[in-house]
Write a protein that binds this ligand. Structure first.
Ligand code: IVH
Length: 698
C-alpha cells in the first residue's frame, strides 16, 4: 500500500472543514457565503483527492452525499431507546393547554400555591420521525420510527439531505442520537407535482403525483432507488434525543434545542419557554395565526415539560410520556362529496375542470370549489361525480382535490364512465360555443374562439390589469364580468374607452367609484415595457421573461418582428418560450391589440439600446430593499433597480451589494451591518441609478 502524502491528507482536512462550513451556511442558515461555482470547484478538488487516495475517503466527507446504489430492501434497525409517540390533546381550543398543565401539576403533586411549571412549546411538524445516530460526531445511521421499537435503515437516502449534518459541530461523543422530523416544504411539494404532471403529460408511464407533502416525504425516505429519492427535496428539523453516551444532556429541553442548533441542525425558531399554561395558550393561538405563512405544514404545536428532572419524575404511561402533549389544529385535509365538475375557460382559452363540492371547512375556510387541473389528472386519480373526495387546502395554495375515497364509492358512481372533457361540454366552449381542441402533446383542451370568446377576454383583461402587470386599481372580477357581459367592452383595448357615464350604469357602482376607476385606468397608461409585455399574457412569458425580453429588444416592435432564432439569443429564453412568443405575434389580432393599446395612450420609458449597449449602472449587482422609502414604493424601487440591470433580492447575504433601507428597517438592516454590506437610503439609490457604470463598480 502506498502511503498518503502528508500534503494530500492535510488538504483533504482543509477541504472538509471549508465545505462543511459553507454547506452549513447555505443549507441550514440559508446565508450563502461563497458563489456556487467556487463551492463546486472546492468540492471537485476534494473528489479528485479522494479518487487519487481512496484511503482519504471518510464517512463524513461532503462527497458522501452522492447518490448510492438501488437497494433490494431496507435493513431493520432496533432502536436502542424506543421512539415513542405523544398523546394528542383533542380539544383544539385554549382548554387543551390548560388541561395539560393541570394534569402535569396533579401528577407532580403540586399545590395551587406552588410555582408554575416551565414548559417548552414548539411546532408539531407534519412529516416523519427519524433517528440519526452519530458516533464520535459522524453520522453512521439513519432510521425511520417504524413501530417505535424497530425501524428501517434509510441511511443512504437521508445522507442526501443537505440540512442534516454528516458531522456534528463541536461534539465528538461516542454516541449521540438526534431525533427530528423529515418533511417537505410546500413549495417543493407543489414544484414536484407540477413536474410530475408535465412528465405524465409527455407520456411517462410510471410517474405519479403525490397527495400531500407528508406522503411525499415518507415516499422519498422509503424509496429504494436513491435517484428517485433525490428528486424530492426534503428538509429537516431536530427536536429531541435518542441514545446518548459520553455527552452531558442539558438540564432543560430549551437548552437541548439550543445545543442541537449549535451542533448544526436546523431547529425551528418558533419556540418559547412558558411558565404555566398562559404562554402555551398564547403560543397555540399565535402559531395558529402564522400557520398559513409558514413554508411547511404543521398539524399542531407540542408542549414539553422543560426540566429533564421533572420529565424523569413524570415518566411514561404505556407508550407515551406524561411530560409531553400535542395540541392540534383543525385539519388541512377533509373529505366531502363531489357534487359536480364545472368547466372554466382561462385567459388563453384553457378549459379547466373545477370541482363543485359540498361545502366543507378545511384549512380555516369553507371550500366549495377546488381545482382538478385537467382531464388526465381526473382520470388518473379516477375521480367521479358522486364520489367522496379528499380536499386539501394549506397555506395560500388554492384548494385541491387530492383523491377519491374508493371504499365509499356508491355502485351507481362505479358504473359511470371516466370523466371525458369533450363529452362533458359537448365539444364546445361553455363560454362562447366555439369548437374545442386538444393539441398533440398537450394536456389541456382549449377553446378556439380566441378574442371572440368572452371568457378569454375577461381573463385577459383581469391579467392585464393585475398588480404585477399595468395595475388598474379597483378593477376586479365583478366589474370585468359585467362590462364584458353587457358588451360595453369587447376587447382589451376597449377598456381604455370606458367613461364615468358607462361605468355608472353598472350594478353597485356609484359616481364616485366610477370616477376613481376611470382615474386608475388613466394612471395605468404610464407603465413600463416589462409590465406591458407581461400583461399581454403570452404563454410561458412570466414577469422574469418579460423583463429579459424588454431588456434585450428595447421596444415592442422589435420583439413583435423577432424570429425564433433572434428570440433564442435572449439569455434564459429557450425554444418553448421563443416559439410561444413568435406564435403569439403571428396572430394578427394580437398585433392589433398592441397597436390599439398604444393608440389608447399606453406608454413606457424607453429602454436605452439593447443588452449589448445599454446604460445599466447596476448590471450584476444585487440589492435588497427594506423598510419604507420616502417616495418610492417597494415595487417601484424594484422596477428601477431591475431596469438598471440589477437584481432585487429578498434577503441579505454576503452576496448583497447594497441594502436600501427606509424607515422602520428591521432585522435586514442589522444583518447588513453584521455582514458589512453597504447601506443606502432612497437618495443614495437614486444616485446609484444615475451613476455611470464605472462609479457603480466596486
Ligand atoms: S417529540 C417523546 N416534538 O409527532 C416525544 N414530536 O406523536 C417524542 N412530531 O413521532 C416526539 N413535531 O413524528 C416531538 N416538535 C416535535 C414534533 C414531533 C412532530 C411528530 C413525531 C412523533 C409524533 C408524536
Amino acid at each position: 500500500m502506498t502511503s498518503i502524502p502528508a500534503t494530500a491528507a492535510k488538504r483533504a482536512d482543509e477541504l472538509h472543514a471549508i465545505l462543511h462550513e459553507h454547506a452549513y451556511k447555505y443549507y441550514v442558515l440559508d446565508e450563502p457565503s461563497i458563489p456556487d461555482a467556487d463551492y463546486d470547484k472546492l468540492f471537485q478538488e476534494l473528489q479528485a483527492l479522494e479518487a487519487a487516495h481512496p484511503e482519504l475517503q471518510r464517512a463524513d466527507s461532503p462527497t458522501q452525499r452522492v447518490i448510492g446504489q438501488v437497494l433490494e430492501g431496507f435493513d431493520t434497525v432496533v432502536h436502542t431507546v424506543p421512539m415513542l409517540s405523544i398523546r394528542t390533546e383533542t380539544d383544539t381550543t385554549a382548554g387543551g393547554a390548560q388541561a395539560f398543565d393541570a394534569r402535569v401539576r396533579r401528577e407532580l403533586g403540586l399545590a395551587e400555591s406552588d410555582a408554575p411549571v416551565a414548559y417548552s412549546a414548539e411546532l408539531k411538524f407534519d412529516g416523519l420521525a427519524i433517528n440519526l445516530r452519530y458516533e464520535h460526531g459522524v453520522l453512521v445511521q439513519a432510521a425511520t420510527r417504524g413501530d417505535g421499537e424497530k425501524g428501517e435503515d434509510v441511511t443512504s437516502n437521508i445522507r442526501t439531505l443537505r440540512q442534516i449534518p454528516l458531522k456534528l459541530r463541536g461534539v465528538s461523543a461516542p454516541v449521540l442520537e438526534v431525533r427530528g422530523e423529515v418533511y417537505m416544504r410546500r413549495d417543493d411539494f407543489e414544484a414536484y407535482n407540477e413536474r410530475q404532471r408535465a412528465l405524465i403529460a409527455a407520456g411517462a408511464k410510471n410517474e405519479k403525483t403525490v397527495v400531500n407533502p407528508r406522503n411525499a416525504a415518507a415516499g422519498a425516505v422509503r424509496q429504494l432507488d436513491p435517484n428517485q429519492s433525490r428528486k424530492r427535496p426534503l428538509s429537516f428539523f431536530a427536536y429531541g434525543l435518542g441514545d446518548v453516551q459520553g455527552w452531558t444532556v442539558p438540564a432543560t429541553h430549551g437548552g437541548l434545542l439550543d445545543a442541537l442548533d449549535a451542533m448544526g441542525f436546523p431547529v425551528a425558531k418558533q419556540r418559547v419557554i412558558s411558565l404555566g399554561a398562559d404562554g402555551l395558550v398564547a403560543f397555540h393561538q399565535a402559531m395558529g395565526a402564522e400557520r398559513d405563512k409558514l413554508p411547511y405544514d404543521i398539524d399542531g404545536v407540542v408542549y414539553k415539560v422543560d426540566s429533564r428532572e421533572l420529565q424523569a419524575r413524570l415518566g411514561f404511561v404505556s407508550r407515551e410520556p406524561r411530560w409531553a402533549v400535542a395540541h392540534k389544529y383543525p385539519a388541512q385535509e377533509q373529505t366531502t362529496l363531489l357534487l359536480d365538475i364545472d368547466v372554466q375557460v382561462g385567459r388563453i382559452g384553457t378549459l379547466t375542470p373545477v370541482a363543485k363540492l359540498q361545502p366543507v371547512f378545511v384549512g380555516g375556510t369553507t371550500v366549495s370549489n377546488a381545482t382538478l387541473h385537467n382531464e388526465d389528472e381526473i382520470r388518473r386519480k379516477d375521480i367521479r361525480i358522486g364520489d367522496t373526495v379528499i380536499v386539501r387546502r394549506a397555506g395560500d395554495v388554492i384548494p385541491q382535490v387530492v383523491a377519491a375515497v374508493l371504499e365509499r364509492r356508491p355502485p351507481e358512481v362505479a358504473a359511470l364512465a371516466p370523466f371525458d372533457m369533450f363529452a362533458r361540454v359537448g365539444g364546445k366552449c361553455p363560454a362562447c360555443g366555439s369548437p374545442i381542441e386538444r393539441r398533440e402533446g398537450e394536456v389541456a383542451w382549449r377553446c378556439t374562439g380566441g378574442v371572440t370568446c368572452p371568457a378569454q377576454v375577461k381573463q385577459a383583461i383581469l391579467h392585464f390589469a393585475s398588480r404585477r402587470a399595468v395595475e388598474i386599481e379597483g378593477l376586479g372580477d365583478e366589474i370585468v364580468e359585467q362590462v364584458v357581459d353587457l358588451g360595453i367592452v369587447r376587447t382589451l383595448p376597449e377598456l381604455y374607452k370606458l367613461g364615468v357615464a358607462k361605468l355608472n350604469e353598472l350594478e353597485r357602482m356609484g359616481e364616485k367609484s366610477a370616477s376613481k376607476l376611470v382615474d386608475a385606468i388613466e394612471r395605468s397608461k404610464a407603465t413600463t415595457l416589462p409590465r406591458f409585455l407581461f400583461g399581454l399574457g403570452i404563454r410561458h412569458v412570466g414577469e422574469t421573461t418579460a423583463k429579459d425580453l424588454a431588456r434585450h429588444f428595447g421596444d415592442v416592435d422589435k420583439l413583435m418582428d423577432a424570429s425564433v432564432e433572434q428570440l433564442l439569443e435572449v439569455p434564459d429564453v429557450g425554444p418553448i418560450v421563443a416559439t410561444s412568443v413568435r406564435a403569439f405575434f403571428d396572430q394578427p389580432h394580437h398585433r392589433e391589440i398592441v397597436e390599439q393599446l398604444r393608440a389608447a395612450g399606453l406608454h413606457w420609458p424607453a429602454i436605452a439600446g439593447t443588452a449589448s449597449d445599454a446604460f445599466r449602472p447596476l448590471l450584476g449587482k444585487t440589492l435588497v430593499i427594506t423598510g419604507t422609502l420616502p417616495t418610492l414604493s417597494r415595487d417601484e424601487a424594484k422596477d428601477l433597480i431591475e431596469a438598471a440591470g440589477g437584481k432585487a433580492s429578498g434577503s441579505v447575504s454576503k452576496k448583497t451589494d447594497w441594502l436600501v433601507a427606509g424607515e422602520e428597517a428591521g432585522s435586514k438592516l442589522d444583518k447588513a451591518r453584521e455582514l458589512g454590506v453597504a447601506v443606502l437610503d432612497e437618495a443614495g439609490l437614486r444616485a446609484l441609478l444615475a451613476a455611470p457604470p464605472d462609479a457603480a463598480a466596486d
